[in-house]
Each structure stands twice: as C-alpha cells, then as structure tokens.
Design a protein around this ligand. Structure first.
Ligand code: HEC
Length: 153
C-alpha cells in the first residue's frame, strides 16, 4: 500500500465523516428516474437547473463540496482537490444525461468510488439516523449542479 493510497483512504474517512455529520439531508421523497445507456436523460425536476446556483453548491462544503475532490474553474477558492478527475472540460467528454447520473449515483459506474451518491437514499454503509432514507441534495440542487457542470466545456 503506497503513500498515495493511504492518503486516499484517510481523506475518504475524513470526507465521509464531514458529509455524514454536516450534510443537510434535503428530501425524503425521491423523484423516480430512469437510467438508460449510462445516463439519466431527463431533468429530475422537469426543468433546467440554475448554473450560478450550481457553482455555489459545488464550493459549499456542506452541500456539493465538489471542489474537495475536483479541480474546477473557480479561481477565488484556493484549495482544489485532486482525488477525482479535473472537471474543466468535462462537458466536452460527457453529455448532460451522463453527467446527471454521475452526480446522482456514481456507484452505478464504480461500486468502490469515493465520490458520494448525491441523490440516493439507500445502500449507504454508514449513515446517521436523522439522514436515514434521505438524499444528500434535493432534486433541484442536482439540476443546478448539472447545469453548472454543463458549462465546463
Ligand atoms: C470524495 C471525492 C469526490 C467528491 C466530493 C465529488 N467527486 Fe466527482 N468524482 C470523484 C472521483 C474519484 C471520480 C472518478 C470516478 C470514479 O471514482 O469512479 C469522480 C468523477 C466525477 C465525474 C466524471 C468525470 C469524468 O471525467 O469522467 C463528474 C462529472 C463528477 N465527478 C462530478 C462531481 C460533482 C458535480 C461533485 C459535487 C456535487 C462531485 N463530483 C463530488 C470524487 C469526488
């Protein structure tokens, strides 16, 4: 086990704790969505999200916290994590539906990923009682993040 994998493990634990204690669990009643060809084609809310709000959620440590693991074009924030791939240019690699499923449930692609499933209410291994049966983000927040991520051409 190298230094890097140790560091990955430690960060995973730290982030896991941060998420389980701080995340404001948003919704109890989930929207049903359809996964087809590795993508969720339809907006969870039936409407497009707000990219400016998505950018704020990506920075917010108690919400998306995407910056903790991904480098993004957000120069006013000093710390950008490197556990995940750079999201600069991701909208050129993936389409909207593929990005939506990666935010909703990255475990669909990789069961062992350290990226949290932001719109899932089952299958968590450690979860505080008050978050049981709830998603980390609301459907509207997911759509705001999708809209923001789609600007990263
Ligand atoms: C705890 C670290 C972590 C956090 C927090 C995180 N991600 Fe990720 N993300 C990853 C990793 C690692 C991958 C690589 C895929 C894998 O692990 O299977 C990834 C992959 C992705 C991908 C696919 C990128 C590609 O080029 O294929 C997207 C899109 C993405 N994340 C978006 C987000 C967004 C948006 C947020 C915030 C809501 C977020 N991630 C939060 C770790 C994280």
């Amino acid at each position: 086990m190298g230094v890097r994998s140790l560091a990955v493990g430690a960060l995973g634990v730290v982030l896991g704790l941060a998420f389980s204690t701080n995340a404001i669990a948003a919704e109890k009643k989930m929207v049903n969505y359809v996964v087809k060809n590795g993508a969720i084609a339809k907006s969870l809310t039936g409407k497009p999200g707000n990219a400016a709000n998505g950018r704020k959620l990506a920075i917010n440590r108690k919400k998306g916290n995407c910056l903790a693991c991904h480098k993004m074009p957000i120069p006013e924030q000093a710390f950008h994590g490197e556990m995940g791939p750079e999201l600069i240019g991701v909208a050129g690699r993936l389409n909207e539906g593929q990005i939506r499923l990666r935010i909703v449930d990255p475990k669909f692609f990789n069961r062992d990923t350290i990226m949290p499933a932001f719109y899932k209410n089952t299958g968590f291994t450690r979860v505080l009682k008050k978050f049981k049966g709830k998603t980390m983000l609301s459907a509207a927040q997911i759509e705001d993040l999708v809209a923001y991520t789609m600007t990263l051409k």
